[in-house]
Design a protein around this ligand. Sequence first.
Ligand code: ATP
Length: 227
Amino acid sequence: MTILNADAVSAGYHDHPVVHDFTLSVEPGQMTAILGPNGAGKTTTLLTLAGVLKPLAGSVQMYGKPAPKSLHARAREGLAFISETRSVFMELTTLENLKVGQCDVARALDIFPELKPLMSKPAGLLSGGEQQMVTLVRALTRNPKILLIDELSLGLAPKVVERLLDEVRRAADESKIAVVLVEQHINQALSRVDEAVVLRRGRISLRGRAGELRNQKGRIQDAYLSH
Ligand SMILES: Nc1ncnc2c1ncn2[C@@H]1O[C@H](COP(=O)(O)OP(=O)(O)OP(=O)(O)O)[C@@H](O)[C@H]1O
């Protein structure tokens, strides 16, 4: 069953489209990456899938029906959205951050045991990677049906990027969460997702199975360079 579907979506700001004719469909347990250079329209696309932006044309469906209009209403139907801005409360401890997210703390520590010694530390003193572990685990323990992630690994070291993406992959496999993620780390993303689309100036310039795209690095680079 298709969990989320975007049908010929155009999206943008003040009636001016910056994303055109975007089509995507995601199944349970399937991970899709949205790749592309700066300004290609990745965040705009994700905001539209999340219900933060209204499509200027086309439509978004959840479970085969028109998706509820707002992010809040989509969240009630099982959508979780991790946006580009870090969402931890810096002055609260790690434990308090997890509790604010109403997450199952024991389960959170099963997923990221690294957080165990950091529970009483203010989140503002955690590393960027540790903060993103808190953000990710809060979303995962809410048992979403679909998880949209905008640049989870922005500015993080490759090892940390891999650690985070591996947990997203595990959640997709074990809990059948459908995942759409925007990612700048192309290689790390392509070795974990099932499918990818490459945006260039707001349009899909390349799409396919991750395994095939890994062999077409030149074409992906073209999309980035001809920006
Ligand atoms: N709030 C906004 N109002 C007007 N235009 C915007 C707004 N946000 C983004 N844009 C424009 O929309 C286009 C696509 O931006 P978007 O942030 O979706 O790209 P992106 O691929 O996510 O880029 P990046 O990788 O740099 O985050 C850009 O030309 C950008 O300037």
